[in-house]
Design a binder for this molecule. Sequence first.
Ligand code: HEM
Length: 408
Amino acid sequence: MNHDPVSLGGPRFRSEPAALYRELRREYGAVAPVLLDADIPAWLVLGYRELHQVTGDPALFSRDSGLWNQWDRVPDGWPMLPMIGRGHSSVLHTVGEHHRARVAVITGALEAVDPFELRSHTERYADELIDAVCAEGAADLVAHYADLLPVRVLATLYGFADEQGPGLVAALSDMVDGGEDAVAGSLHVAASMARLVADRAARPADDVVSRMLASGRTAGGLALTHEEIAQDLIVMMTAGQQPTAGWIGNSLRLMLTDVRFAASLFGGRRSVAEAMNEVLWEDTPAQNVAGRWASRDARLGGRAIRAGDLLLLGIQAANHDPQVRTHGSALSGGNSAHFAFGHGEHRCPFPAQEIAEVVARTAIEVVLDRLPDLDLAVPPTALTRRRSPWLGSLTRLPVRFTPTSPHG
Ligand code: HEM
């Protein structure tokens, strides 16, 4: 039996993740040793119960990346650094009281978003994007649609002017692609966010940024600086964009390739919700999340974890854990005990989950309404996943349909 750790950057994490997680579980059990780029070791938590344990005990399994026992081995320009994170600059890596204060500021600002307005912003941008392709009779619903939509909606909720939307979409996508424009993209996002924060500090309005500034002044007795608020706004935008886009693309793919959903392409609303929930179990947008760091030596799933070890949350693998999916039962349907949004203190804030749900559902419904005889333009086996161990989204979703006229 091969007991070498598996590389998380390897091709099988992309091409056949389900088979790989099964093999890892067979070989190592609920917690498997893996290697990140430059052969830096980590643990991948594959077991449902073990993932519950890790995310539910923030004192033992901390979000504080400063605890990592591998920092001296991380090379300059290490490609995984943006996902692992360093320092305490955002809500992601703060812990304890300070973290609770920052989450409360985010939660309050997102809770106040009116779901009807949210739906109407989403419909407006979705219609614009469909208008741009509907006369063609063909489109890529990832590149021309899903990847462009959530960030436009989030930018509007923040209070950005409409004309700044396309620039932010491009900059954010450069930033997450990690190519040669990544630094310029992240500078554009950071500068735009700093300007918006300064502007709303001087002239508050009814938007997410103004609400975060107002509650951030007294957050649980810990006033947040404008830099901290801008940092969290960037995290919310990047944490919100990619997974919501992935949720839209993966749900559309399921509906276009699975006969159970064929009828809903002609207008059945209930099936959209069912497809979306099934995706959160079976083909979840955030497949693996980094991570937690052990604050002291511990045992997990029969493994000896050392203080400072990094544990990656194997969300997709845990959703498929045979211990909770007994007798081939699909825990799909209305069951939402999946890990798609994480669990515990650092889980995706509830109002953020609700925003993602409204944006994704509206986006899918607009596609089905506007392109009624939609069909996949390539065989399902030609659909490929992104080169990312973290995201479970498609690179493209080519479709064809009868050309129609733009609405506008
Ligand atoms: C389908 C869409 C989404 C998915 C699958 C998703 C998934 C996740 C997951 C798995 C985590 C937990 C990470 C962990 O435990 O370490 C998380 C955290 C977070 N998400 Fe989401 N998310 C989505 C949409 C959004 C949206 C739309 C927003 C903001 C508007 C957002 C904001 C955040 C924030 C701020 C955190 C960090 C919470 C913390 O560290 O305390 N997410 N998300």
